[in-house]
Design a protein around this ligand. Structure first.
Ligand code: FAD
Length: 364
């Protein structure tokens, strides 16, 4: 007997969920989405991400990030076509940001962080290695994901595994039940609609809000990735840069602006992003300042922020359909993607077990 599953959403969360679900040959999977890899749209967060791995959760909630790293590392080592490569990453801390109640509270900036035993070659930086104005910093090996390449690769892996992918715009999650390519009703629907979950009927999660991120993609190359705990341009502005694999250019950022839906890049913010980047890393333009930045595009993405953190749970509707939710990853959707998708598989298997199915001896 086959399990008919419909995944709604083709961002990193939906595609990774579909890929891991497809590893059980009893699952027959359809992915439905308004936006697909290759699209650039304000309702689609995934293409706009940097993206890199900079752990954010605290130790207690680090499961999804811990479970994702080994797979991203494996891809960086063994699958160059996925568009993921290793990069050294430098993180700089200022005491004033760490005690600022409105500042970033990510575990990334902790002294002696939990992830020092996960990410390779972790070390604290010496005083002569710090950016001016910063009291401490650390360095480790991480990865940078070329999102344009990686989303296409993920889609390709899904297609290779027999997943059927279709465009569709849903006004209610209940519509997904009858939209499997098999023609049979789905027993399980995976909701991976990101910020779409705010307005999607049957979900309407009003704890969702955008965390707007503005970036500039340039052709110039930087050395190690760089991130700071704050900037002197206000609490909404951040500083990071990373060089994408396979000619993807360098992403410089950024902002983290909760509740702001504006899809247009703000030219003043863009100027400040570029100024901070060349000040922190003059080598980006060979010491020639912002005028020597070769801009590919200005970008704005809306991180799908959820007040109470990610929603990863199963919910039964009145007609007996199970909805497995996987949305609300804010600024860490890639770096937790495999851990979260693995949880989706666990939830799906639990539902099937409760229905009396044998999920242990099934064909892989
Ligand atoms: P999305 O990518 O938004 O996908 C949602 C999908 O659902 C789309 O296919 C959409 O079309 C579909 N959908 C929604 N509503 C409907 C509907 N009604 N009907 C049909 N389809 C629907 N993460 C990291 O891990 N590392 C980083 O370095 C990083 N940097 C970032 C930098 C920026 C500037 C931004 C904006 C984000 C960054 N992120 C980063 C966060 C990451 O991009 C997100 O967490 C992730 O992309 C969320 O993916 P998703 O699949 O849940 O949502």
């Amino acid at each position: 007997m086959s399990n008919v599953i419909v995944v709604v959403g083709a961002g990193v969360s939906g595609l990774t969920s579909a890929l891991l679900l497809s590893r059980s040959k009893r699952n027959t999977i359809t992915v439905l989405a308004k936006h697909m890899p290759g699209d650039y749209h304000i309702e689609y967060a995934s293409p706009w991400a940097g993206a890199n791995v900079l752990p954010m959760a605290d130790d207690e909630n680090s499961r999804y990030e811990r479970r994702t790293w080994p797979e991203l590392k494996r891809l960086a080592e063994q699958a160059p076509e996925a568009g993921i490569h290793f990069q050294r990453s430098r993180v700089f801390r200022r005491q004033k940001d760490l005690v600022n109640p409105a500042g970033l509270k990510d575990a990334l900036f902790d002294m002696g962080p939990w992830y020092q035993s996960l990410l390779p070659d972790f070390r604290e930086l010496g005083p002569d290695e710090l950016l001016p104005g910063h009291e401490s910093g650390c360095e480790f090996t991480s990865v940078c994901i070329n999102t344009a390449t990686y989303l296409q690769w993920l889609l390709g892996q899904c297609l290779k595994a027999g997943v059927v992918v279709k465009r569709a715009v849903l006004s209610d999650i209940a519509e997904a039940k009858v939209m499997s390519h098999t023609g049979s009703a789905a027993s399980i629907v995976v909701n991976a609609t990101g910020l779409g979950s705010l307005k999607l009927g049957g979900v309407r999660d009003t704890t969702m809000t955008p965390a707007r991120g503005q970036t500039v993609l340039v052709r110039n190359e930087c050395g190690p990735m760089l991130t700071t705990s704050g900037t002197d341009d206000g609490d909404l502005e951040t500083l990071y840069m990373m060089q994408r694999a396979g000619g993807g250019g360098t992403i410089i950022g950024g902002t983290f602006d909760l509740g702001n839906w504006d899809s247009d890049p703000d030219p003043n913010v863009a100027m400040r992003i570029m100024k901070r980047a060349v000040e922190a890393c003059p080598d980006l333009t060979g010491g020639k300042g912002t005028d020597a930045l070769s801009i590919v595009r200005h970008g704005v993405g809306l991180r799908p922020y959820r007040r109470d953190g990610v929603r990863l749970e199963a919910d039964k509707t009145s007609d007996g359909t199970w909805i497995v939710h996987n949305y609300g990853h804010a600024g860490w959707g890639y770096q937790a993607s495999y851990g979260c998708a693995e949880r989706v598989v666990e939830l799906v298997n639990q539902i099937r077990k409760d229905n009396g199915e044998d999920v242990v001896s099934e064909p892989k």
